[in-house]
Design a protein around this ligand. Structure first.
Ligand SMILES: Nc1nc2c(c(=O)[nH]1)N[C@@H](CN(C=O)c1ccc(C(=O)N[C@@H](CCC(=O)O)C(=O)O)cc1)CN2
Length: 278
């Protein structure tokens, strides 16, 4: 089975549009982008377009590549204190000279729709999630939509990044899976991967995962955003070799990516609802 993230994200966005229309709320998302990385510019454009699609207001702060950490923090502070803004996201990666952790920590936890602030990661790891990072959150939605059982399953997450691998592991633990996190220092990576009922690949290497590395009937979720030898977008998984061996697999494009954006929209509405109660 091919897990169609594009279709599920469209369905979720349509439901969100209806909910916002009747909610009486005026959710608003602010994006911050530093520099001119074309991929980051494209993702930010996609986020503003999704806002328009569902009826969320959006506003964008664009800062030059050579902005200092202090200048970025000042912009984030302005957004924190603007009562009309419910969600703030700083597009990552930031330029190398910027203190990314300081910027992430500067976003008010109540507006942290990316779920990257230590307050929100702490809540997630304590089993009391509030804002969940959008990519792993979107993956959990896909698993639920396709009725893929997690309880008691062996899940292997390859990658330990703060934005994907770690929160993914926490979400799977919260969903009663038995979770192994693998990374660049893991011994016998292939053996670990082959033991997985659910394999989440966030490695960042084009077509790294081949059929020999996955168990028959496993569920394979591909978080990779890479380019193949012909400069075409591809995932971490060699889709053609793996798809016939597994019970379910996400394609790239059209799998996890669209769910990242749909989850961001859901988090923004959630934030607007929380602010309305304050
Ligand atoms: N502040 C954040 N920065 C980044 C995040 C994030 O969640 N918050 N995630 C990624 C990039 N990202 C969103 O920002 C993102 C990546 C990919 C997609 C997507 O829909 N991809 C499509 C293909 C699009 C294409 O044609 O290239 C797909 O997979 O089908 C959406 C969002 C890093 N930074």
């Amino acid at each position: 089975m091919i897990i169609n993230g594009k279709e599920i994200s469209e369905k979720r966005l349509a439901a969100l549009k209806e909910e916002i229309k009747t909610s009486g709320l005026n959710p608003c998302l602010a994006t911050v982008i530093v520099g001119e990385d074309p991929a980051s510019q494209m993702y930010v454009r996609m986020k503003h377009k999704a806002c328009e699609q569902v009826g969320i207001k959006s506003t964008g702060v664009v800062l030059p590549e050579n902005s200092t950490t202090k200048e970025i923090l000042a912009e984030v502070e302005k957004l924190n204190s603007d009562n009309l803004i419910h969600g703030i996201l700083v597009q990552l990666p930031l330029p190398k000279h910027v203190d990314t952790e300081a910027v992430i920590e500067a976003v008010s936890p109540e507006k942290d729709v990316d779920g990257f602030h230590p307050y929100n990661t702490g809540r997630l790891f304590s089993g009391m999630p509030e804002f969940v990072p959008c990519t792993p959150g979107g993956i959990m939605t896909l698993l639920k939509e396709y009725k893929i059982e997690t309880s008691g399953k062996k899940a292997v997450v390859v990658g330990r990044s703060v934005d994907v691998g770690r929160p993914m592991a926490a979400l799977l633990i919260n969903a009663d899976a038995t979770v192994t996190v693998c990374h660049s220092r893991t011994k016998n990576l292939e053996d670990e991967m082959k033991a997985a009922d659910i394999l989440i690949s966030a490695i960042g290497k084009a077509k790294f995962v081949t059929a020999e590395m996955v168990k028959s009937g496993a569920v394979v979720i591909d978080v990779g955003i890479n380019q193949d030898e012909n400069k075409r977008l591809c995932g971490d998984v060699d889709f053609e070799s793996v798809k016939d061996k597994v019970s379910a697999i996400t394609p790239v494009p059209g799998g996890v990516g669209p769910m990242t954006i749909a989850t961001l929209m859901e988090n923004t509405l959630k934030s607007a609802k929380m602010h309305a109660k304050l």
